[in-house]
Design a protein around this ligand. Sequence first.
Ligand SMILES: [Fe+2]
Ligand SMILES: [Fe+2]
Length: 328
Amino acid sequence: MDTALSAERLEVMKHLGKDLDGLIAEYLKPIDENWQPSDFLPDSRNEDFVREVKLLQESCRDLPYDYMAVLIGDTITEEALPTYESWLMDVIGVNQVGEPESGWVKWVRAWTAEENRHGDLLNKYLYLSGRVNMRAMEVSTQYLIADGFDIGTDRDPYRNFIYTSFQELATNVSHRRTATLAKKFGNPHLSKICGVIASDEARHAKAYKTFVSRILEVDPSEMVIALEDMMKKKIVMPAHFMRESGVKMGDTFAHFSDAAQRLGVYTTIDYIEILESLLVEWELGTLGGINEKAEKARDYLMALPSRLRRIADRTRIPELAYEFSWIS
Ligand SMILES: [Fe+2]
Ligand SMILES: [Fe+2]
Protein backbone atom coordinates (compact mmCIF):
# COMPACT_ATOMS: atom_id res chain seq x y z
CA MET A 1 0.00 0.00 0.00
CA ASP A 2 1.46 3.38 -1.00
CA THR A 3 2.21 6.15 1.48
CA ALA A 4 -0.66 8.45 0.48
CA LEU A 5 -3.20 5.66 0.84
CA SER A 6 -1.70 4.57 4.16
CA ALA A 7 -2.01 8.14 5.46
CA GLU A 8 -5.69 8.21 4.50
CA ARG A 9 -6.30 4.90 6.21
CA LEU A 10 -4.62 6.24 9.33
CA GLU A 11 -6.94 9.27 9.37
CA VAL A 12 -10.04 7.10 9.01
CA MET A 13 -8.85 4.76 11.77
CA LYS A 14 -8.16 7.71 14.10
CA HIS A 15 -11.60 9.09 13.40
CA LEU A 16 -13.38 5.78 14.10
CA GLY A 17 -11.10 4.94 17.00
CA LYS A 18 -12.62 7.74 19.09
CA ASP A 19 -15.89 5.86 19.31
CA LEU A 20 -14.52 2.48 20.27
CA ASP A 21 -15.40 2.36 23.98
CA GLY A 22 -19.08 2.23 23.02
CA LEU A 23 -18.49 -0.57 20.55
CA ILE A 24 -16.41 -2.56 23.03
CA ALA A 25 -19.23 -2.26 25.58
CA GLU A 26 -21.77 -3.32 22.96
CA TYR A 27 -19.95 -6.29 21.42
CA LEU A 28 -17.77 -7.71 24.18
CA LYS A 29 -18.94 -8.94 27.56
CA PRO A 30 -17.70 -7.75 30.97
CA ILE A 31 -15.07 -10.26 32.09
CA ASP A 32 -16.69 -11.11 35.43
CA GLU A 33 -19.97 -11.99 33.72
CA ASN A 34 -18.36 -13.96 30.90
CA TRP A 35 -18.36 -17.77 30.85
CA GLN A 36 -15.03 -19.45 31.53
CA PRO A 37 -13.81 -22.85 30.31
CA SER A 38 -14.06 -24.39 33.79
CA ASP A 39 -17.82 -23.67 33.82
CA PHE A 40 -18.11 -26.52 31.32
CA LEU A 41 -15.52 -28.96 32.63
CA PRO A 42 -15.30 -31.39 35.55
CA ASP A 43 -13.75 -29.73 38.63
CA SER A 44 -10.59 -31.64 39.55
CA ARG A 45 -11.01 -30.66 43.21
CA ASN A 46 -14.16 -32.75 43.42
CA GLU A 47 -14.12 -36.26 44.77
CA ASP A 48 -16.33 -37.16 41.84
CA PHE A 49 -13.80 -35.92 39.30
CA VAL A 50 -12.60 -39.29 38.04
CA ARG A 51 -16.15 -40.59 37.67
CA GLU A 52 -17.15 -37.43 35.76
CA VAL A 53 -14.20 -37.86 33.41
CA LYS A 54 -15.23 -41.47 32.81
CA LEU A 55 -18.73 -40.30 31.88
CA LEU A 56 -17.26 -37.63 29.61
CA GLN A 57 -15.14 -40.27 27.87
CA GLU A 58 -18.13 -42.53 27.43
CA SER A 59 -20.05 -39.71 25.77
CA CYS A 60 -17.16 -39.21 23.32
CA ARG A 61 -16.58 -42.85 22.45
CA ASP A 62 -19.01 -42.95 19.52
CA LEU A 63 -18.21 -39.57 17.98
CA PRO A 64 -17.35 -40.30 14.32
CA TYR A 65 -13.79 -40.04 13.03
CA ASP A 66 -14.51 -37.06 10.74
CA TYR A 67 -16.20 -35.28 13.62
CA MET A 68 -13.16 -35.71 15.87
CA ALA A 69 -10.88 -34.50 13.06
CA VAL A 70 -12.94 -31.36 12.58
CA LEU A 71 -13.10 -30.64 16.31
CA ILE A 72 -9.32 -31.04 16.62
CA GLY A 73 -8.65 -28.83 13.58
CA ASP A 74 -10.98 -26.19 15.00
CA THR A 75 -9.12 -26.35 18.31
CA ILE A 76 -5.71 -25.96 16.69
CA THR A 77 -6.92 -22.90 14.77
CA GLU A 78 -8.36 -21.36 17.93
CA GLU A 79 -5.08 -22.05 19.73
CA ALA A 80 -3.08 -20.03 17.18
CA LEU A 81 -4.45 -16.84 18.71
CA PRO A 82 -0.98 -15.30 19.33
CA THR A 83 -0.62 -15.09 15.53
CA TYR A 84 -3.93 -13.31 15.09
CA GLU A 85 -3.35 -10.86 17.90
CA SER A 86 0.10 -9.84 16.73
CA TRP A 87 -1.18 -9.57 13.16
CA LEU A 88 -4.02 -7.24 14.16
CA MET A 89 -1.77 -5.10 16.38
CA ASP A 90 0.34 -4.38 13.30
CA VAL A 91 -2.57 -3.10 11.19
CA ILE A 92 -2.33 0.58 10.18
CA GLY A 93 -3.97 2.80 12.77
CA VAL A 94 -4.20 0.21 15.54
CA ASN A 95 -0.99 0.62 17.49
CA GLN A 96 0.77 3.92 16.87
CA VAL A 97 4.21 3.84 18.41
CA GLY A 98 4.84 6.87 20.61
CA GLU A 99 1.16 7.77 20.87
CA PRO A 100 -1.18 7.10 23.78
CA GLU A 101 -2.96 3.75 23.57
CA SER A 102 -5.70 3.88 20.96
CA GLY A 103 -9.22 2.51 21.27
CA TRP A 104 -8.19 -0.03 18.63
CA VAL A 105 -5.45 -1.47 20.84
CA LYS A 106 -8.01 -1.87 23.60
CA TRP A 107 -10.37 -3.60 21.18
CA VAL A 108 -7.73 -6.04 19.94
CA ARG A 109 -6.67 -6.94 23.48
CA ALA A 110 -10.24 -7.38 24.74
CA TRP A 111 -11.23 -9.40 21.66
CA THR A 112 -8.16 -11.63 22.10
CA ALA A 113 -9.02 -12.15 25.77
CA GLU A 114 -12.48 -13.43 24.83
CA GLU A 115 -11.21 -15.59 21.99
CA ASN A 116 -8.56 -17.14 24.21
CA ARG A 117 -11.29 -19.03 26.08
CA HIS A 118 -12.26 -20.97 22.95
CA GLY A 119 -9.02 -22.85 22.43
CA ASP A 120 -8.62 -23.26 26.16
CA LEU A 121 -12.02 -24.94 26.58
CA LEU A 122 -11.77 -27.16 23.50
CA ASN A 123 -8.22 -28.21 24.30
CA LYS A 124 -9.10 -29.28 27.86
CA TYR A 125 -12.20 -31.09 26.65
CA LEU A 126 -10.28 -32.99 23.99
CA TYR A 127 -7.59 -33.89 26.52
CA LEU A 128 -10.23 -35.43 28.78
CA SER A 129 -12.07 -37.13 25.89
CA GLY A 130 -9.64 -40.01 25.60
CA ARG A 131 -9.88 -39.90 21.82
CA VAL A 132 -6.98 -37.63 20.94
CA ASN A 133 -3.26 -38.01 20.46
CA MET A 134 -2.57 -34.80 22.34
CA ARG A 135 1.10 -34.68 21.44
CA ALA A 136 0.38 -34.76 17.70
CA MET A 137 -2.26 -32.06 18.15
CA GLU A 138 0.14 -29.91 20.17
CA VAL A 139 2.82 -30.29 17.51
CA SER A 140 0.35 -28.96 14.90
CA THR A 141 -0.52 -26.04 17.17
CA GLN A 142 3.12 -25.17 17.70
CA TYR A 143 3.72 -25.36 13.94
CA LEU A 144 0.76 -23.11 13.18
CA ILE A 145 1.98 -20.43 15.60
CA ALA A 146 5.63 -20.76 14.54
CA ASP A 147 4.82 -20.66 10.81
CA GLY A 148 2.67 -17.53 11.03
CA PHE A 149 0.48 -16.72 8.05
CA ASP A 150 -0.18 -14.37 5.19
CA ILE A 151 -3.89 -13.87 4.68
CA GLY A 152 -3.53 -11.35 1.87
CA THR A 153 -4.67 -8.34 3.88
CA ASP A 154 -1.32 -6.59 4.22
CA ARG A 155 -1.46 -4.00 7.04
CA ASP A 156 -4.62 -2.53 5.59
CA PRO A 157 -7.40 -2.08 8.19
CA TYR A 158 -10.09 -2.24 5.46
CA ARG A 159 -8.91 -5.62 4.18
CA ASN A 160 -8.36 -6.89 7.70
CA PHE A 161 -11.86 -6.00 8.88
CA ILE A 162 -13.36 -7.62 5.78
CA TYR A 163 -11.30 -10.69 6.59
CA THR A 164 -12.29 -10.80 10.27
CA SER A 165 -15.98 -10.23 9.42
CA PHE A 166 -15.84 -13.18 7.08
CA GLN A 167 -13.77 -15.37 9.37
CA GLU A 168 -15.93 -14.77 12.48
CA LEU A 169 -19.03 -15.67 10.46
CA ALA A 170 -17.34 -18.81 9.17
CA THR A 171 -16.32 -19.91 12.68
CA ASN A 172 -19.84 -19.16 13.90
CA VAL A 173 -21.23 -21.48 11.24
CA SER A 174 -18.74 -24.28 11.93
CA HIS A 175 -19.00 -24.20 15.74
CA ARG A 176 -22.80 -24.03 15.45
CA ARG A 177 -22.82 -27.11 13.24
CA THR A 178 -20.48 -29.09 15.50
CA ALA A 179 -22.91 -28.20 18.31
CA THR A 180 -25.89 -29.54 16.36
CA LEU A 181 -23.99 -32.69 15.40
CA ALA A 182 -22.81 -33.33 18.97
CA LYS A 183 -26.44 -33.41 20.06
CA LYS A 184 -27.26 -35.75 17.19
CA PHE A 185 -24.41 -38.05 18.26
CA GLY A 186 -25.78 -38.14 21.81
CA ASN A 187 -23.40 -35.68 23.48
CA PRO A 188 -25.43 -32.68 24.75
CA HIS A 189 -22.53 -31.54 26.94
CA LEU A 190 -20.22 -31.09 23.96
CA SER A 191 -23.10 -29.50 22.08
CA LYS A 192 -23.39 -26.85 24.79
CA ILE A 193 -19.62 -26.21 24.62
CA CYS A 194 -19.62 -25.69 20.84
CA GLY A 195 -22.78 -23.59 21.17
CA VAL A 196 -21.37 -21.06 23.63
CA ILE A 197 -18.27 -20.66 21.46
CA ALA A 198 -20.46 -20.17 18.38
CA SER A 199 -22.40 -17.40 20.07
CA ASP A 200 -19.16 -15.55 20.93
CA GLU A 201 -18.18 -15.76 17.25
CA ALA A 202 -21.55 -14.32 16.22
CA ARG A 203 -21.04 -11.34 18.54
CA HIS A 204 -17.54 -10.77 17.21
CA ALA A 205 -18.80 -10.98 13.63
CA LYS A 206 -21.32 -8.22 14.40
CA ALA A 207 -18.53 -6.01 15.70
CA TYR A 208 -16.28 -6.44 12.68
CA LYS A 209 -19.21 -5.98 10.30
CA THR A 210 -20.00 -2.72 12.11
CA PHE A 211 -16.40 -1.53 11.68
CA VAL A 212 -16.73 -2.10 7.94
CA SER A 213 -20.13 -0.34 7.83
CA ARG A 214 -18.65 2.68 9.60
CA ILE A 215 -15.77 2.84 7.14
CA LEU A 216 -18.25 2.55 4.26
CA GLU A 217 -19.89 5.73 5.56
CA VAL A 218 -16.69 7.76 5.32
CA ASP A 219 -14.66 6.06 2.57
CA PRO A 220 -17.03 3.91 0.47
CA SER A 221 -15.00 3.69 -2.75
CA GLU A 222 -11.85 2.44 -1.09
CA MET A 223 -13.78 -0.08 1.02
CA VAL A 224 -15.55 -1.55 -2.02
CA ILE A 225 -12.25 -1.81 -3.88
CA ALA A 226 -10.71 -3.54 -0.86
CA LEU A 227 -13.61 -6.01 -0.78
CA GLU A 228 -13.20 -6.80 -4.46
CA ASP A 229 -9.50 -7.42 -3.92
CA MET A 230 -10.11 -9.75 -0.96
CA MET A 231 -12.74 -11.76 -2.81
CA LYS A 232 -10.56 -12.07 -5.90
CA LYS A 233 -7.80 -13.51 -3.73
CA LYS A 234 -10.40 -15.65 -1.90
CA ILE A 235 -10.70 -15.58 1.87
CA VAL A 236 -8.21 -18.11 3.17
CA MET A 237 -9.07 -19.46 6.61
CA PRO A 238 -6.28 -19.54 9.22
CA ALA A 239 -6.70 -23.34 9.29
CA HIS A 240 -5.25 -23.34 5.78
CA PHE A 241 -1.76 -23.05 7.25
CA MET A 242 -2.20 -25.94 9.68
CA ARG A 243 0.09 -28.99 9.31
CA GLU A 244 1.01 -32.25 10.95
CA SER A 245 4.53 -33.40 11.60
CA GLY A 246 6.04 -34.76 8.38
CA VAL A 247 3.06 -33.70 6.26
CA LYS A 248 3.40 -31.10 3.50
CA MET A 249 1.86 -27.66 4.17
CA GLY A 250 -1.63 -27.59 2.65
CA ASP A 251 -2.23 -31.36 2.80
CA THR A 252 -3.48 -31.44 6.40
CA PHE A 253 -5.86 -28.58 5.68
CA ALA A 254 -7.17 -30.27 2.53
CA HIS A 255 -8.05 -33.40 4.51
CA PHE A 256 -9.51 -31.36 7.37
CA SER A 257 -11.61 -29.40 4.89
CA ASP A 258 -12.81 -32.63 3.20
CA ALA A 259 -13.92 -33.94 6.60
CA ALA A 260 -15.76 -30.66 7.30
CA GLN A 261 -17.48 -30.83 3.89
CA ARG A 262 -18.47 -34.48 4.34
CA LEU A 263 -20.05 -33.67 7.70
CA GLY A 264 -21.59 -30.45 6.39
CA VAL A 265 -19.82 -28.44 9.13
CA TYR A 266 -18.38 -25.91 6.70
CA THR A 267 -18.91 -26.15 2.96
CA THR A 268 -18.32 -24.22 -0.25
CA ILE A 269 -21.99 -23.21 -0.13
CA ASP A 270 -21.43 -21.69 3.34
CA TYR A 271 -18.61 -19.60 1.88
CA ILE A 272 -20.97 -18.29 -0.81
CA GLU A 273 -23.79 -17.66 1.65
CA ILE A 274 -21.50 -15.71 3.95
CA LEU A 275 -20.46 -13.54 1.01
CA GLU A 276 -24.12 -12.99 0.09
CA SER A 277 -25.02 -12.04 3.64
CA LEU A 278 -22.19 -9.51 3.72
CA LEU A 279 -23.26 -7.91 0.44
CA VAL A 280 -26.73 -7.44 1.98
CA GLU A 281 -25.42 -6.30 5.36
CA TRP A 282 -23.17 -3.66 3.78
CA GLU A 283 -25.91 -2.66 1.30
CA LEU A 284 -23.54 -2.91 -1.59
CA GLY A 285 -26.31 -3.02 -4.17
CA THR A 286 -27.56 0.46 -3.31
CA LEU A 287 -24.32 2.11 -2.19
CA GLY A 288 -24.05 5.65 -3.60
CA GLY A 289 -21.25 8.18 -4.02
CA ILE A 290 -18.55 5.83 -5.23
CA ASN A 291 -16.01 6.40 -8.00
CA GLU A 292 -15.79 4.59 -11.31
CA LYS A 293 -13.27 1.99 -10.14
CA ALA A 294 -15.48 1.18 -7.16
CA GLU A 295 -18.55 0.93 -9.43
CA LYS A 296 -16.73 -1.73 -11.42
CA ALA A 297 -15.68 -3.52 -8.24
CA ARG A 298 -19.29 -3.45 -7.06
CA ASP A 299 -20.50 -5.00 -10.33
CA TYR A 300 -17.93 -7.77 -9.95
CA LEU A 301 -18.98 -8.42 -6.34
CA MET A 302 -22.72 -8.45 -6.99
CA ALA A 303 -22.26 -11.05 -9.73
CA LEU A 304 -19.80 -13.16 -7.75
CA PRO A 305 -22.15 -15.36 -5.65
CA SER A 306 -23.93 -16.83 -8.67
CA ARG A 307 -20.60 -17.36 -10.44
CA LEU A 308 -19.26 -19.21 -7.40
CA ARG A 309 -22.43 -21.32 -7.20
CA ARG A 310 -21.89 -22.55 -10.76
CA ILE A 311 -18.34 -23.68 -9.91
CA ALA A 312 -19.44 -25.19 -6.57
CA ASP A 313 -21.86 -27.53 -8.31
CA ARG A 314 -18.92 -29.17 -10.04
CA THR A 315 -16.64 -29.81 -7.03
CA ARG A 316 -16.59 -33.33 -5.69
CA ILE A 317 -15.53 -34.25 -2.17
CA PRO A 318 -13.46 -37.44 -1.75
CA GLU A 319 -15.27 -40.21 0.09
CA LEU A 320 -12.19 -41.66 1.68
CA ALA A 321 -11.29 -40.58 5.19
CA TYR A 322 -7.65 -39.72 5.73
CA GLU A 323 -5.76 -40.88 8.79
CA PHE A 324 -4.80 -37.91 10.91
CA SER A 325 -1.89 -38.23 13.33
CA TRP A 326 -4.14 -36.44 15.87
CA ILE A 327 -6.52 -39.33 16.36
CA SER A 328 -5.58 -42.65 17.86
FE1 LIG B 1 -12.87 -18.36 18.37
FE1 LIG C 1 -13.52 -15.66 16.48
